[in-house]
Design a protein around this ligand. Sequence first.
Ligand SMILES: *[C@@H]1O[C@H](CO)[C@@H](O)[C@H](O)[C@H]1NC(C)=O
Ligand SMILES: *[C@@H]1O[C@H](CO)[C@@H](O)[C@H](O)[C@H]1NC(C)=O
Ligand SMILES: *[C@@H]1O[C@H](CO)[C@@H](O)[C@H](O)[C@H]1NC(C)=O
Length: 467
Amino acid sequence: MLNIKSIVSIAAAVLPLVSARPASLGTRAVLLPEDDPFYQAPITIDSSAPGTVLKSRKVATSFFGFIPNPVEAWQLLYRTNAVNGTAISAVTTVFVPTGAKTDRFVSFHTAYDGSSRDGKCDPSYNYQLGAPQEDIISSVEFLLLQAFLIDGYIVSAPDYEGPDAAFGAGRLEGTGVLDSIRAVQNFGSTLGLTTTTPAVVGYGYSGGAIATGWAAGLQPTYAPELNIKGWAQGGTPANLTGTTVFIDGTAFSGFLPQALVGLSSPSAYGATLEPKIDSIVTTEGASQIAFAEANCGVANLLQFPFKSVQSIEFQTEGDRILYDPVLAYALDQQLMGRFSNETPTAPVYLFHATSDEIIPYANASTLYNEWCGYGASVDFVTYANGGHATTEVLGFPGAFEFVNSAFAGTVASGCSQQTKLDSTLNPIALGAQLEPILVALLNALAAAGTQDANIKADVSNFAKTIT
Ligand SMILES: *[C@@H]1O[C@H](CO)[C@@H](O)[C@H](O)[C@H]1NC(C)=O
Ligand SMILES: *[C@@H]1O[C@H](CO)[C@@H](O)[C@H](O)[C@H]1NC(C)=O
Ligand SMILES: *[C@@H]1O[C@H](CO)[C@@H](O)[C@H](O)[C@H]1NC(C)=O
């Protein structure tokens, strides 16, 4: 589940830019998704095919500094599926830079890591000019998204957690991504796409890699008609049970109550999980759950550090909770790489730090072995000198290069592994055009410290400086 720290570190570096955003340009009040009628699905949704565009509107988005000209942006409300197959809707924001390539687009999966039921963690809300920056994660990853825009790509950034902010529900996120790609394709003539089968490459780190990895694995069966050229994902939570035992009781335990909330949303496993959790939570646990239902990632980290969801202070089953059949089933459903028919057919770029302090490296390495065993093409890059946050930055040039190669069709097939010892970025790694982005990323690396040392030393203090 997530990648807060990366957020935190990068956020510290770009905070001055965030505050410099021209908030005064936003004349239309931006409404929370729960109050914004645009987010409400019409009744025709039930009879529409997944990926149908139910509503569309142009929006003004907020850029902090790197793109001189306004970028045309659209929001599409599209039909997708709940875990149980019921029709639900989600929104994707599509950015169309001037002079963009018109036969392809990037599907960008922001690590928004939140389960707030009012929708305030949704990227589509946060990207709008004038929205209060409740979710610093989306704001910060916006920098990486802009690298793709500057490079001339149309970018679609879906609210892949769907209408209930089902954080952690990988299967729902994967189909949410795939249906957003269908929606962009269906809306292609308005966006200026010159083909009905645009080439697509997906990108996501940490929470965004849950969405990316599941979209990659489900695509061959769920959306085989799409022209997918590749998937780049890093800091991948391939095993939520593994992530839970790894971070429970640490500085990053705040991801867990919100994952419980996300998994127990109606569109995910709520029918069985919500009554189960309600029946075992303590008063303290219930108040933590209520907090997670109303707040985004960084706030949750500050709320629940060094606490344990496996303790009897949180729920009455204590450390037997992970063996409870109802919760174990929901967690088990999130295991990537388990079934051969959930293996990506497009090439995958997988990167992960050996000392990732939030998402266990071993589980990503297991995913590499599983997918390769099932015949996938995966390039697995191990960062020997990164933490979770720093590796989002250190690994970005490699992921960016993969995206370009995947579109060009020059990625080698088969599986390969390499280890990188980098602990800083080559200033020209993304090309001269993207130097301003690189400079911000270098600042972020400095702020995070080697292997995230500054973040690990005091995550609360670090987060407070940016909220
Ligand atoms: C997932 O994590 C659990 C808990 O650490 C572990 O027991 C299990 O072996 C892991 N499975 C895989 C396939 O990674
Ligand atoms: C099926 O999904 C819908 C849409 O999220 C939800 O309202 C409903 O409660 C779910 N039903 C069950 C039994 O999970
Ligand atoms: C997954 O990660 C957990 C937590 O570090 C670890 O206990 C488990 O052995 C790992 N399992 C596999 C198969 O990767």
